[in-house]
Design a protein around this ligand. Structure first.
Ligand SMILES: *Cc1c(COP(=O)(O)O)cnc(C)c1O
Length: 459
């Protein structure tokens, strides 16, 4: 039996039509309005039946509906503050793009553009032309082509040059990257036949030599981006592999994973190969990701000998793996930025930050927000931290950094969750009773947000 009060409240529930008519005009036409209004009413009705306290005033119910409509309009994919210090955080979108390329991006994407149009001849052009010159300038490669991502690049190269043929690879390089990219499976999918040589820790030139015969199309080297075999190890140098492959008249290809364009400032002891050097050392083809250390869009970049790239360009799979105009525009602009002012590329700039520069950032933050931090009664410490490069790159290489450890003796997990659920989520890790803010990956424009998020998390 319902009480009199419950019956009254049920009667007072605003009518759906009335609610919709009272909404701002933009929401009256919104596809989701009816469902959201219905949901809110249903929830209120249930609360009344459960004898909970409810507010059924037209104004408050309308406000709740508008709040939900606004929320449903905001994209699920949104910016976050990366306080982890991991520069290429795959779960947080890998490389951060430069603001300075955004004007060009808006211009080209909100208008028609020359994606596949040749302005000289007035006829069909190739999307790959936009990028080939700048890639060749930066790396001294003969030729270049780009696809969707590096996984696609590996697949396309193997399928073009080694379909139904054998590919020799060291057992020490049968990598798995990020759970879904495994060299043996990629090879099988490309219809090439994997011939493993050597052992996990040692592979000699003679191992390769003995495995090459008339059915062999390629020697494949894979950069062990995310692990390292320590102890007694031996692998064959690029020069030696190149010499062997060329003597046997087969292709020498290296999947570089990430690679770097230049040995910038040698700030960290990079274990990543410099792309132009790998070509000098004799690779016929190399491939790498656009959104790892290069700091551009998701893409797979293939560089090397022209006669090989020409064959790749004729493979039907290229169409399936083709790069879209957005990624292409970002990639071209970022590469041009390398020539003009590489410091403007955020991934590169974050990698290049010295320990002292990061400490200065932390100090600037604590000075700027001294009063707020005091008002919130936060106990914090400026501490040395280390940051990873991430993105499946350089696992053992960490860079010294600095950051804030803010102490929360009680309910630290709740605070972390609240920071994560803030309107601009703050992604930070926990160590003992402190939340860590690593300033290598925190931008100046994030500072105010962090303070506001902390305020909300503590309340
Ligand atoms: C990251 C990586 C890949 C995959 O590259 P995506 O661009 O993420 O597809 C392939 N090979 C190696 C060695 C890598 O490090």
């Amino acid at each position: 039996m319902l009480s009199e009060k419950q019956n009254d409240l049920l009667k007072q529930l605003p009518k759906v039509d009335l609610l919709i008519m009272g909404l701002p005009e933009t929401f009256q036409k919104h596809m989701r309005t009816k469902t959201i209004v219905q949901d809110v009413i249903d929830e209120l009705r249930q609360s009344i039946l459960d004898n909970q306290h409810v507010n059924v005033s037209l104004k408050d119910v309308s406000e709740e509906i508008i709040r939900r409509l606004n929320l449903s309009d905001s994209p699920n994919l949104k910016r976050v503050v990366n306080a982890t210090g991991i520069v290429l955080h795959t779960n947080l979108g890998r490389s951060v793009l430069s603001k300075s390329i955004m004007h060009h991006l808006t211009e080209t994407m909100t208008h028609y553009n020359t994606l596949e149009f040749d302005l000289e001849t007035g006829s069909r052009g190739s999307r790959y032309n936009h990028i080939e010159n700048v890639l060749c300038r930066l790396t001294s490669a003969e030729s270049a082509v780009v696809v969707n991502n590096n996984a696609a690049a590996v697949m396309l190269i193997l399928n073009t040059l080694a379909k139904d043929k054998e590919v020799v690879i060291s057992r020490g390089e049968l990598v798995e990257i990020g759970g879904s990219f495994r060299i043996p499976q990629v090879m099988a999918a490309s219809q090439s036949k994997m011939v493993e040589v050597g052992t996990t820790n040692k592979t000699h030139l003679s191992d390769y030599e003995q495995a090459i015969h008339s059915e062999t199309a390629m020697v494949l080297k894979v950069h062990t981006s995310n692990y390292k075999v320590l102890g007694f190890t031996e692998s064959v140098s690029r020069e030696e592999l190149a010499k062997l492959a060329h003597k046997k008249d087969i292709v020498f290809y290296e999947d570089l994973g990430s690679g770097i364009l230049f040995d910038f400032d040698a700030l960290i002891d990079l274990d990543e190969p410099i792309i132009s050097k790998t070509l000098e050392q004799g690779c016929d083809l190399v491939s790498f990701s656009g959104d790892k250390l290069l700091g551009a869009s998701q893409a797979g970049i293939i560089l090397g000998k022209k006669h090989l790239i020409d064959q790749i360009k004729k493979n039907q799979l290229l169409r399936a793996f083709r790069i879209d105009k957005l990624s292409l525009a970002v990639l071209e602009s970022t590469l041009l930025l390398y020539e003009k002012n590489g410091d403007e590329i955020p991934t590169r700039a974050m990698m290049a930050l010295s320990e002292t520069a990061i400490l200065e950032k932390v100090n600037a933050f604590t000075n700027l927000y001294k009063h707020q931090l005091e008002r919130l009664r936060l106990t914090y410490e400026i501490i040395p931290m280390s940051s990873e490069v991430g993105g499946g790159a350089l696992p053992l290489k960490t860079m010294p950094a600095f950051g804030l450890a803010i102490k929360f003796p009680n309910g630290i997990n709740k605070i972390q969750t609240r920071l994560r659920q803030y309107e601009v989520p703050i992604i930070a890790s926990i160590k003992e009773d402190a939340i860590l803010f690593n300033f290598r990956t925190i931008f100046e424009e994030d500072y105010a947000l962090i303070i506001r998020a902390l305020e909300q998390a503590i309340l």
